[in-house]
Ligand binder design. Structure first.
Ligand SMILES: [Zn+2]
Length: 601
């Protein structure tokens, strides 16, 4: 027993250069990342707060180094044994390779993108995002910052090897000092194992990744990969459970064939910033001319059921309404219902494919027959100002009924859902330079230089959105098509009297009023002669988008156990006095029939 312990202590001594090597490399990354991100704290955080974050990350880095060192040294202590020798050698080289690769990879990411290993990087590495993968690897090769990282790496390797030579010439492994050091090294290891690890595990289970700045490089690799797989499985399971929910006796009473039903979901677009709804600047030249053409109908009294994407779309895209008693995922979705009614569903999105703010929507997205994230990325990409993904990227991915139904003869119609990033903050990331038409001096109300620029950016995103939406409509003008466009919610733009500094999602009238359009193509009009007139007759109806799935089903004649014409806003029997109540955290507001907001809480 005693000799075994001594052998282990001696092996720990001989392999202690690995500990040095790993701690040095990880510490360089920790210091760099803490410096660049200020430890993820706010700009005016004190130096002490930033140092604490860095210290936590350092402790966890040491813990990982101790773990690998302990394991490798264990096999090293038995290397006289013919079985253990190759295991020792393999583990040693694997560790050296992995540690080196991690250091070089993350220092490149930090230098080039101010980021570290995250979901985007996984999607690039796993090849789910080939367009970016190309760019990424070209950058790796051409960037001079990788040369600097490499020089630092060589320097650390040299120090570690010199130390190795020195330590192999002496043996302090039996000294009391060495025994004390080994015991001491267990402290960061046990602290991390017992205190931090359970917390990180919990966080990754709920948010599917850790963007915590106090973790070590190895934590990021381990937890973010684990979270990525966990998230994928969770979404798949939830989607399957929703798809099997009971719809009752499903009937299709209007047998369309070859219909292109297109639902464009906009983002953060408040109604009053559209020229066609009265904004003084010409933000919607293309929609304006489509309205003049007469095939597009503009609804004038539509509100969202929540001031944020999840709250709004989990109702829009399921049978859940604001007064529904159950959770949204206990109601069948738009996709699963239309699938059972003979529609082929194509989901085309320019939003994120992972991340805690969007995960629920993606549970709905993966219920479509085909889901295409045209710019596959996680929410982390939003933190980076240099990464822009424009909505026009959805255009080449749009499908028509002829393209998909030839291969899916069991289906009769197409449901194309388009999910845009629209005017979501950060506004200036939402339009290409060529659409920067409006300047700060053009905005109708002047507040301050900074605020006017922010408004101008928002206005330009509306102007660009006009182009994207009208291009999508154009794509279907020769088809038998119904195209519906609305936004998930609006936005507060320095006009909440309770908080004049607020420029974000919120609970004001304009942050909840949304634009809503229905386009009926000429071919569709000849198929259903009364449809366009009916839409025009309904355009002033008070509507809340929570009843969208029900209403769309009614419009195309799909009947289920959820059918209730009083809630279905395209129906003859729609109840125009249906309450429009919006609750968000502690606030509650009601929209009156004449489109005004009453604040009740
Ligand atoms: Zn939204």
């Amino acid at each position: 027993m005693r000799t075994k312990l001594n052998q282990y202590l001696s092996s720990l001594w001989q392999n202690s250069w690995l500990l040095l090597f790993s701690i040095l490399l990880q510490t360089i990354i920790v210091v760099q990342f803490t410096y660049i991100s200020k430890g993820g704290t706010s700009i005016d955080a004190s130096l002490i707060q930033i140092l604490i974050v860095g210290l936590k990350a350092f402790t966890r880095s040491v813990a990982w180094a101790v773990l690998f060192w302990g394991i490798i040294a264990y096999f090293g202590s038995k290397k006289e044994h013919s079985v253990f020798k190759p295991i020792y050698t393999i583990l040693l080289y694997l560790f050296l390779f992995f540690q080196s690769f991690l250091f070089l990879g993350e220092s490149f990411l930090l230098a080039r993108y101010q980021t570290v290993y995250s979901h985007e990087i996984i999607s690039i590495l796993t090849g789910t995002n080939p367009r970016e993968a190309n760019e990424f690897f070209q950058n790796v090769i051409s960037d001079s910052s990788i040369l600097w990282s490499f020089l630092v790496y060589i320097f650390i390797l040299l120090i570690s090897l010199i130390y190795r030579k020195w330590s192999n010439r002496r043996d302090f492994s039996t000294s009391i000092l060495w025994k004390g050091f080994v015991l001491l090294s267990l402290i960061p290891f046990l602290l991390t194992l017992c205190y931090s690890t359970p917390r990180t595990y919990k966080k990754v289970l709920s948010a599917s990744h850790t963007h915590d700045y106090s973790v070590a490089p190895f934590d990021r690799v381990f937890w973010n990969t684990f979270g990525y797989i966990h998230d994928y499985n969770k979404k798949k399971e939830a989607a399957e459970a929703m798809a099997s929910l009971d719809l009752g006796d499903l009937k299709v009473v209007k047998p369309f064939k070859g219909l292109n039903l297109v639902v464009i979901i906009g983002e953060t677009l408040r109604r009053d910033y559209l020229h066609c709804y009265g904004y003084p600047l010409n933000t919607t030249p293309k929609l304006d001319s489509l309205l003049l053409g007469g095939n597009l109908v503009k609804f004038n009294n539509v509100v969202s059921s929540a001031p944020n994407t999840i709250g709004s779309l989990t109702k829009v895209l399921t049978f859940k309404t604001f007064d529904g008693a159950k959770k949204w995922y206990e109601y069948p979705s738009l996709c699963s219902t239309f699938s059972k009614a003979g529609y082929w569903e194509q989901w085309t999105s320019n939003q994120e494919s992972t991340g805690e703010f969007i995960q629920d929507i993606n549970i709905l997205a993966v219920q479509a027959d085909e889901t295409d994230f045209v710019n596959d990325r996680s929410i982390d990409a939003e933190h980076n100002e240099h990464l822009t993904y424009f909505d026009e990227d959805v255009l080449p991915a749009l499908k028509t009924d002829d393209e998909v139904l030839a291969n899916h003869r069991e289906k009769k119609n197409l449901l194309q859902i388009v999910h845009l990033i629209g005017s979501h903050p950060i506004y200036k990331k939402r339009f290409p330079k060529s659409y920067a038409k409006f300047k700060a001096q053009d905005v109708p109300i002047h507040r301050s230089a900074h605020k006017d620029q922010m408004v101008a950016d928002y206005v330009n995103s509306v102007y660009y959105n006009d182009y994207v939406v009208s291009e999508i409509i154009k794509h279907y003008e020769k088809e038998e098509a119904i195209v519906i466009y609305f936004s998930d919610h609006g936005e507060v733009i320095y006009d909440d009297p309770r908080n004049p500094e607020l420029c974000d999602h919120g609970m004001t009238k304009e942050a909840l009023r949304v634009p809503f359009f229905v386009y009926i193509s000429p071919t569709m009009q000849s198929q259903a002669p009364m449809l366009l007139e009916r839409m025009k007759a309904l355009q002033d109806r008070p509507i809340m988008t929570d009843a969208f799935t029900r209403s769309l089903a009614e419009l195309v004649g799909i009947q289920t156990k959820f059918s209730n014409p009083q809630v279905e806003f395209f129906s003859e029997q729609y109840d125009e006095s249906r309450p429009r109540v919006i609750e968000n955290f502690s606030q509650k507001v009601v929209f009156t029939q004449d489109d005004n907001l009453l604040r009740t809480k």
